[in-house]
Design a protein around this ligand. Structure first.
Ligand code: NAG
Ligand code: NAG
Ligand code: NAG
Ligand code: NAG
Length: 274
């Protein structure tokens, strides 16, 4: 009886120990950026530091002893991307700096430290994010396509119309994963009701962006000069593309100043000008 219970408890403890635990320190990093995995210990002589990524098999990210880095057993995925703050080690700071963060870096890390006075283990859970950057919306004949690339974790895509309508917003997005494990998503629908404005929103853990296809039907102007209004809207636009005849791009303002990780954004594709 007791033996059965003990085994169950042991299995549960092992499960908790191997996977994400509530008291892990949580760290989030953006794809390809650098970040610091924090770790502190009581300083002393003969410092040993091991940074281990807990996967099905433990993976060595960085080691330090005999007063220097020991990278002979470092997993090659981490080669050239890890460093300790050498001047801080004597003060009990074993934090690891990781550069060029990849999706595979996501997961749980153990920081093992020891000195002549004792040892310590602490755990850090690293989440990697590649926020939604650009959402593209285009119309070819009556099919509207929305797509976005390079996202992590897996994004969601939703369509909406303005004014809200009950048209069927059939949505079977195609999701592909790149070699770098980032997600590309796209979806298309048939614009059955022509006087609606269609929007597409792509969202992931840290942000979402919306692209809207504006159709400009009424145009005023003279033979030599024409003004085509494209007014928006709330929230304000963060990017805008004017297309002629659904395809030819005639104006695409520089978007380099756009805040990259704003929580909400809208892009527009203006259409149909003469
Ligand atoms: C360790 O030192 C680095 C560099 O000075 C600093 O950025 C980091 O916050 C320190 N970490 C801890 C846990 O003290
Ligand atoms: C949408 O609403 C219109 C009127 O509001 C109605 O005639 C039509 O049947 C509705 N279509 C669907 C698919 O529910
Ligand atoms: C959408 O995904 C399909 C299937 O992966 C692909 O063939 C197509 O080129 C994509 N379209 C766009 C606009 O990205
Ligand atoms: C508009 O596009 C269609 C097909 O994409 C093409 O056949 C047509 O010539 C284009 N019209 C103009 C005025 O460029």
């Amino acid at each position: 009886m007791c033996r059965g219970k003990c085994v169950v408890v042991f299995v549960v403890l092992t499960f908790l120990w191997t996977f994400n635990r509530a008291d892990d320190i949580q760290v989030s990093c953006d794809f390809m950026e650098s970040c610091i995995l924090p770790c502190r210990f009581r300083s002393g002589d003969e410092v040993v530091i091991h940074w281990i990524q807990k996967r099905t098999k433990d993976t060595q990210a960085h080691s330090y002893y005999h007063n220097q880095d020991q990278l002979g057993l470092q997993d090659q995925r981490f080669r050239g991307r890890t460093s300790l703050f050498k001047d801080q080690i004597s003060r009990g700071n074993a934090s690891l700096r990781l550069t060029g963060v990849e999706v595979q870096d996501q997961g749980r890390y153990k920081c093992y430290t020891s000195t002549i006075t004792g040892n310590k283990e602490s755990y850090i859970n690293l989440n990697v994010d590649a926020p939604v950057d650009k959402v593209d919306i285009q119309q070819v004949e009556n099919r509207i396509t929305c797509s976005s690339e390079g996202i992590f974790p897996q994004p969601e895509l939703t369509w909406s119309t303005s004014p809200p309508s009950n048209v069927s917003l059939e949505n079977n997005p195609t999701v592909q994963q790149t070699e770098q494990l980032l997600y590309n998503i796209n979806s298309s629908l048939i614009a059955s009701v022509t006087d609606l404005v269609y929007s597409c929103t792509v969202s992931t853990r840290t942000n979402k962006r919306t692209a809207t296809l504006f159709k400009l039907t009424s145009i005023s102007g003279s033979d030599t000069e024409t003004t085509i209004p494209c007014e928006s809207l709330n929230p304000p636009l963060t990017g805008l593309v004017w297309r002629f005849n659904h395809s030819q791009i005639i104006l695409k303002p520089d978007r380099s100043q756009r805040p990259l990780h704003s929580l909400r954004g809208v892009e527009a594709a203006g259409e149909e000008c003469v």
